[in-house]
Design a protein around this ligand. Structure first.
Ligand code: GLY
Ligand code: MN
Length: 483
């Protein structure tokens, strides 16, 4: 009895110590050292006597007093780990000398702590938090930027991205993002017309950040793998749960529930769940069909975990069985994807991957009599083969030859909208299969392989029982009928 009590006390003490030590928060964020190394890498690529300026994204209004959930500028997050608005980062090529003789190589102006504002919109890191948690020593309140003794006009090149547009936000005070932009322009001696000058080469910013971000570090791969695994688990659970009486939105909700259950903060792009003909709209996000019925459902849904997003699409017959026509189209997309996979390795060219897989689809559509000349393949396969993923779902890249540790999607598709000029038995068939691929020196790793892709494996999984089979909510009593 006494021992039992002692053990329980120890457990409580241990658990609460563990919670208070870690604040019961995720422990797998990118470390400060990652962000510092990314700043150093940028610095090493910058031309002599240059400075790079990175801004926070603006806050955007959703409805009256309510803003959209804030999403940081991926570049600013990449270089600092900071996730708040109203901030400005300067990275210098060479160390700069302060008035007291000390040197610095970056300056970071961040949101000031403000108890009243924090009661409404949550805790801010503030200067001390940035120094302590993000290990950026040269951190200042945004309000200090205006009179900070730095003449940016004396640099040979000032590297920055397009400015966001918008009016100042009165609630953010004098260190609002748009004030910071005005102060930056003043210090740099530029205005909207001189920005177009060649000395302010906006594309250099895009080039440098693309070259950096297109090749992932091990820390980034850890997070990407997690985002992809979470998204695939979502696809698997939904395949088991899907039924013809479900709505597109309910299916969307099941995916997003699984993502949240695994701790993913957001979707990486609005979830696309399109039944039948709705799948022909490439970025269909209304998701408002009430019953997917016996249609195929195209589900392009990716979780964002600590900033990194997956991008995985599966196309599934809601009743568990592909029709003959659906299967023919599905197999064609599958073969095109396999053909592209086989070319994936360091040195491969996007153009080759695209040519081979698009050629297969064109031949297949010709054979099925859906098109009468190969060039018409674009009509039913109107998008590119894939893209990089990372902090953006369409991540920064120069789209040159593939390199080791790039992560890309391979996502062929065929979409045959109703009233297309072909036999009506094909109408309303939309198939996309999208996977996330890590490029290696001699081959590739299929990161999203644990969500079935083969038609027979999908049919098998749809027939399985689901944890969602037996949940029942009470019917709604209020409002007009219509749901
Ligand atoms: N998943 C959406 C896209 O790649 O465009
Ligand atoms: Mn994609």
């Amino acid at each position: 009895m006494r021992i039992g009590y002692f053990v329980i006390c120890c457990c409580i003490l241990f658990t609460s110590a563990a919670f208070s030590q870690t604040e019961d928060l995720p422990q797998d964020y990118l470390p400060a050292g990652f962000h510092a190394a990314r700043r150093d890498s940028l610095r090493s690529m910058m031309p002599p006597n240059s400075v790079t300026m990175v801004l926070a994204y603006p806050v955007r209004n959703f409805s009256n007093d309510v803003d959209y959930e804030y999403h940081p500028n991926p570049d600013l997050y990449y270089f600092t780990g900071y996730k708040e608005p109203h901030s400005l980062l300067l990275i210098f090529k060479e160390p700069q000398t302060a008035a007291d003789g000390s040197t610095y190589k970056e300056l970071f102006f961040v949101q000031q702590r403000n108890a009243a504002a924090e009661q409404w919109t949550g805790k801010r890191l503030g200067v001390e938090g940035v120094k302590e948690k993000l290990k950026i020593a040269q951190a200042f309140n945004g309000g200090d930027f205006k009179n900070f003794p730095i003449d940016l006009s004396r640099f040979s090149q000032i590297i920055f991205d397009r400015f966001p547009e918008g009016p100042p936000d009165p609630s953010a005070g004098s260190a609002d993002l748009f004030n910071l932009i005005q102060q930056f322009k003043q210090k740099a001696g530029i205005n909207d017309s001189t920005i177009k000058d060649k000395s302010y080469n906006l594309s250099l910013y895009r080039t440098l950040t693309a070259r950096l971000r297109e090749v992932k570090t091990e820390e980034e791969l850890d997070l990407l793998r997690k985002a992809v695994e979470i998204s695939c688990n979502g696809q698997v659970e939904v395949m088991k749960a899907i039924r013809p009486d479900m709505s597109e939105r309910e299916i969307q909700g099941l995916h997003e529930f699984v993502h949240k259950k695994y701790g993913a903060e957001h979707w990486g792009y609005p979830s696309i769940v399109g039944a039948g003909n709705n799948g022909c709209v490439l970025h269909y996000i209304e998701n408002d069909k009430l019953h997917v019925a016996n249609r195929m459902v195209l589900m392009d849904v990716g979780a964002e975990y600590h900033g990194y997003t997956a991008d995985v699409t599966r196309t599934v017959p809601a009743n568990g069985k592909f029709t003959a026509e659906q299967k023919l189209i599905y197999e064609l997309v599958y073969e095109a994807q396999e053909a592209a996979f086989r070319l994936c390795k360091e040195g491969a060219k996007w153009a080759d991957l695209d040519r081979v897989s698009r050629g297969l689809i064109a031949d297949g559509l010709l054979k099925l009599g859906i098109i009468s000349k190969k060039e018409d393949v674009r009509k039913y396969y109107p998008h590119g083969l894939g893209h990089h993923i990372g902090l953006d779902v369409h991540d920064r890249s120069m789209y040159g030859d593939l390199k080791k540790n790039m992560v890309i999607t391979i996502e062929p598709g065929i979409y045959i909208p109703e009233n297309s000029p072909c036999d009506k038995k094909w109408w309303g068939i939309a198939v996309r299969i999208e996977d996330d691929v890590l490029i290696r020196e001699k081959d590739y790793e299929l990161l999203s392989g644990n969500a079935p892709r083969k038609a027979a494996d999908i049919e098998k999984l749809v027939a399985e029982k689901s944890i969602f089979d037996n949940y029942h909510l009470p019917p709604l009593k209020s409002g007009k009928k219509g749901f």
